[in-house]
Design a protein around this ligand. Structure first.
Ligand code: AMP
Length: 188
């Protein structure tokens, strides 16, 4: 099983992914984490993308596609990937389908965590003091939310039409969300 976890920044994608990884022995492919790592390691890619990430915009499709293809091609992760933060636009959604097809895999389910902007602002300000991400200040967080609404949210229609979408109320307690996700995965 491969799954996509979808939702605005601060919706709890990372938290829920970690829970799924432990319970179902899956591999979390967080493109945001991959990209932040490139910046920390000061690689060529890292140098190119740090200003983009810190402004709240999206990195180019090509850079992110190369990163995810490496994970999809890795036999250790075959059919056990959680795509966290990918796809972020329609082009990426189609690219993901093509890449998975190339490696004889598919997406089994798309979980969308639905959360209001008010909750997001609160969560991001809490996360800022814990993780110290430069793109977690309020102004950039709002920009990231707007990017999500404009570019990422439309991808939901694509998955709805493929009958892969499950919408989850992400405003509830973490363990209630865990429970609903487990029920959905156990049903597959
Ligand atoms: P995240 O940790 O998922 O919130 O991602 C942090 C930042 O990394 C985003 O605001 C983007 O700048 C960049 N990023 C992460 N995933 C993608 C993606 N799939 N496409 C383009 N940019 C991405």
């Amino acid at each position: 099983m491969n799954l996509v976890i979808f939702g605005p920044p601060g919706a709890g994608k990372g938290t829920q992914s970690k829970f799924i990884v432990e319970k179902y022995n899956m591999y979390q492919l967080s493109t945001g984490e991959y990209l932040r790592n490139e910046i920390l390691k000061n690689t060529e890619i890292g140098k190119k993308i740090s200003a983009v990430i810190n402004s709240g915009s999206l990195v180019s499709d090509e850079i992110v596609s190369d990163l995810i293809e490496k994970a999809i091609a890795n036999n250790n992760y075959k059919n056990r990937i959680i795509f966290d933060g990918y796809p972020r636009n329609l082009n990426q959604a189609k690219n993901l389908d093509n890449l998975l097809k190339k490696y004889k895999q598919k997406i089994d389910i798309v979980l969308k965590l639905s959360v209001s902007l008010e909750t997001i602002k609160k969560r991001i300000s809490e996360r800022r003091s814990l993780e110290k991400r430069p793109d977690d200040n309020e102004e950039i967080a709002i920009k990231r939310y707007k990017t999500y609404e404009k570019t990422t949210e439309p991808v939901i229609e694509y998955y709805k039409n493929l009958n892969l979408l499950k919408v989850i109320d992400g405003e509830r307690q973490i363990d209630q969300i865990n429970k609903e996700i487990s029920e959905i995965i156990d049903f597959i």
